[in-house]
Design a protein around this ligand. Sequence first.
Ligand SMILES: Nc1ncnc2c1ncn2[C@@H]1O[C@H](COP(=O)(O)OP(=O)(O)O)[C@@H](O)[C@H]1O
Ligand SMILES: [Mg+2]
Length: 222
Amino acid sequence: MLPKLDDFTVTTSWTNSEKSVVHLLESPRGEKVILKAYRRGFTTSMFRAYVASSYVARRLPLVPRVLGFQPWRNELYFSYISGQRVLEWVLQRFGGNLRLADFQSCHGLNPPDHVDPRIAEAFSRFRESVSPEPQRLKKAIRTSYSSLHRVGILHGSPDPRNIIYDGTRVFIIDFDHARPSLNPAAIDYRWLRYWYGLDLSCEADVAETDATMPRTADELRR
Ligand SMILES: Nc1ncnc2c1ncn2[C@@H]1O[C@H](COP(=O)(O)OP(=O)(O)O)[C@@H](O)[C@H]1O
Ligand SMILES: [Mg+2]
């Protein structure tokens, strides 16, 4: 449920697209809430995000919960996911000496033609890396997408701004492009291959790991 937001303040904002502005709201007690404010003309994306996020969050703990929906104000509220976006995770380790803050609101990510060359280069190194840490992250991405696909939802935008890693688990955010699908992996894996070098044939590998994934928020906290 949405907490009373009277004493919450905006501490960070992201503008990754022309569709919306996303704010992190924080209270003096340290509570965090995400507000996604859609611009006029993007009502379909907002409803799509609301329906898909609510559906998935009821079944899987790897997406933010919808805390509130005020369509008359074009506002959607989500639980905050802590961790690092895969964008920053990869740039930090494979991008040389880049200033991560420069990539917070990041528009240079429209593959295959419009990808900032610094990002393209870092992701190419990440894809090729066989070191344990990147391998663990790739496996965690596969596991989460495999869970999402098993509930019949296609994410539609698995770019590294929409995936958050807490060092163990991968969380998927931004359901503006999500939809039900009979074969969700077929489309998502196009981009999962492009960004992370993942392959549809890996889906079978994760079945076993997946069985041990937490199913409820309580299990996740344990
Ligand atoms: N639930 C969340 N927890 C933590 N950060 C989030 C959450 N939702 C969004 N963000 C942050 O806001 C950014 C933009 O949100 P997103 O829903 O992807 O909007 P857009 O449609 O502009 O891509 C994300 O890349 C991420 O950094
Ligand atoms: Mg996004």
